[in-house]
Design a protein around this ligand. Sequence first.
Ligand SMILES: NC(=O)c1ccc[n+]([C@@H]2O[C@H](COP(=O)([O-])OP(=O)(O)OC[C@H]3O[C@@H](n4cnc5c(N)ncnc54)[C@H](O)[C@@H]3O)[C@@H](O)[C@H]2O)c1
Length: 305
Amino acid sequence: MARICLNPSLLETLTDKVVVLTGGATGIGRSTVQQLCKNGANVVFGDVVEGPSLELEAELGSSAQFVKCDSSSYSDQLHLFKTAFNKYQRVDIVVVNAGICIHRDIFDPTADITEEPSMKEIDINLVGSIFSARIGMHYLRQGGGGDLVLVSSIAGWKECGGLVTYTASKHGVVGIMRGLHLTATPENIRVNVICPWMTRTRLVLGIEKGWYERDLPVNEPEDVARSILICATANRGLNGRTHQGARLPFAGKMIHVAGGESYEIEDEIKNLEPFWLGAENSRVLGKGQAYLASEGTSWDTTKSH
Ligand SMILES: NC(=O)c1ccc[n+]([C@@H]2O[C@H](COP(=O)([O-])OP(=O)(O)OC[C@H]3O[C@@H](n4cnc5c(N)ncnc54)[C@H](O)[C@@H]3O)[C@@H](O)[C@H]2O)c1
């Protein structure tokens, strides 16, 4: 585990960068839009909620534009990205943040099994994130590369009782990073994922009281926004200048955000693999992974040789 501390001088690299962000109306997304604009970026953000989005747009002036966009709609997302590209002729950073959590447990033994459960968490958190990543990659490529920052959760890698569908969706978001970063890095696109622990937004109202009584660590939305900015700027410094604790290239990383601090944990999961998988399993797995990552290997039977 490596604690990562923001190097404020890297925020200068955000000047005039074009950012597309989903879910910017409230909470973490709103704070990220504010921090990006404060540091000179131009942000085009999507959300389903109009009132707070229009307020944010008015607060930030010409550097922020709101586009009504339901992340679970592919055509809405195409429109969001196209609006940004048409306005600025490029996209440098994509932040995939829109998400919901349905607090009614569909696995509750008293739940009515004849009633089809909502899959909106999958549609917005997972399918929507895949849409953002796919369209985002297309636009980042136009400018020769950039940064894709995904927002998962502690539920992206840890057990979260009572939140089965949410947990599955957020594990999926970590899966987008793991599925994408190896092929994206050679295209100069860095894919990283943030996994915030408890953050003071409307998403956690149900558990807030007990949490504070136990004096457990809390993030403010600004802390998670800072972690997103760390990911978006870690590779942008000249001559290897980066954030304290960050290892370059900063790609394929998973950031645990807890108590306001950011910690990179994916490198250590990889480093410890021989311990939890066994040395021989780990060695053979490495061989298989190297084959799969080598040039000419393809899952597509029309392309493999
Ligand atoms: N608050 C936490 O403790 C916590 C912890 C881990 C991860 N997260 C994740 O952080 C992200 C932001 O959540 P938050 O805590 O700021 O809560 P929030 O509810 O304040 O923010 C979520 C934003 O997404 C928007 N949104 C919802 N459905 C949408 C849709 N279909 N299309 C576009 N936008 C939509 C909402 O309107 C809102 O602006 C989410 O992905 C959430 O899962 C939050």
